[in-house]
Design a protein around this ligand. Structure first.
Ligand SMILES: N[C@@H](CCC(=O)N[C@@H](CS)C(=O)NCC(=O)O)C(=O)O
Length: 267
């Protein structure tokens, strides 16, 4: 017996039903109904069922970057969210900021990483790669305007990260403190308060766009976790709704596990 509530999930299961039902008939549901002995489909299985034939879920994926979180971390998070297997290739960091030798640069189309290799095909630019996998993992809304809002919010988060960079690379602790105060004064009204208002006014109170998790949420959790790591200062301590979005992301079991087990790196 098969019970599924979502139309697209039913369609996907119908496509795959032969394989699944013949091997192991199961009673499943997209929602929890323990009273009726119905087993919920795990999010990972739901995503696998909903993936299309050319989804990266079936592809051979390699992510090439340095042994830091940096620009690759939102990509890794999206892939972990999607339960996507990938090879997390981490080259030793060649100093700070990372500068590759000319011969290493020649290995990459634009002389930079991250580089994702999907079934042998290369893809560059961290935001492009993150968005590509987000689309395959159900993290981009179908509505084009809502999808574009996700892009907008991710771009703003990147602007915030750029604004904090001077504090991250300050030469002394005293200089860092001064810069933190200045940057906070500038970024709070311009960016943080605006995000706070957007989330407070949302239907869920825990997502940036619509009432489901999107890659804008995952990118927000990445961005503020990363800034906090670099400057040892919780930038969103006075923004409870932003905190809620980040906590919601980090409470997804696969991301919680990733946060607990990922390599400890300097940046
Ligand atoms: N806009 C690019 C920037 C990529 C980038 O700056 N990568 C740095 C590492 S974080 C790099 O490869 N540096 C080595 C070099 O330029 O020699 C992106 O978002 O992917």
């Amino acid at each position: 017996m098969f019970i599924a509530r979502s139309k697209s999930l039913i369609a996907a299961c119908t496509r795959l039903n032969g394989n699944i039902a013949l091997v192991h008939p199961v009673t499943v549901s997209t929602t929890l109904s323990p009273r009726f002995g119905i087993t919920p489909l795990s999010f990972t299985i739901q995503r696998r069922l909903l993936s299309t034939n050319n989804s990266p879920l079936c592809a051979n994926i390699k992510l090439d970057y340095f042994n830091i979180r940096g620009l690759a971390e939102p990509i890794r998070m999206v892939l972990h969210y999607g339960g996507v297997k990938f090879e997390d290739v981490r080259s030793p960091l060649p100093g700070w900021p990372p500068k590759m030798s000319e011969s290493d640069k020649d290995k990459y189309r634009w002389g930079q990483v991250p580089c994702a290799v999907i079934d042998g095909k290369e893809l560059y630019q961290s935001a492009t790669i993150t968005r590509y996998f987000a689309g395959q993992c159900g993290l981009i809304p179908a509505d084009p305007y809502l999808a574009a809002l996700c892009d907008e919010y991710v771009d703003v988060q990147r602007d915030i990260m750029i604004a904090w960079a001077p504090a991250a690379f300050a030469p002394t602790a005293a200089k860092k403190r001064l810069l933190c105060d200045d940057i906070y004064r500038l970024t709070k009204p311009r960016f943080l308060d605006v995000f706070e208002k957007i989330i407070k006014g949302s239907s869920s109170g825990k997502h940036l766009v619509g009432d489901k998790m999107t890659w804008a949420d995952i990118h927000m959790a990445y961005a503020f976790d990363h800034v906090e790591k670099l400057i040892e200062f919780d930038v969103i301590k006075d923004h409870p709704s932003m905190k809620k979005v980040c906590e919601t992301v980090w409470n997804v079991p696969s991301l919680k596990k990733w946060k607990e087990t990922r390599p400890e790196t300097p940046a």
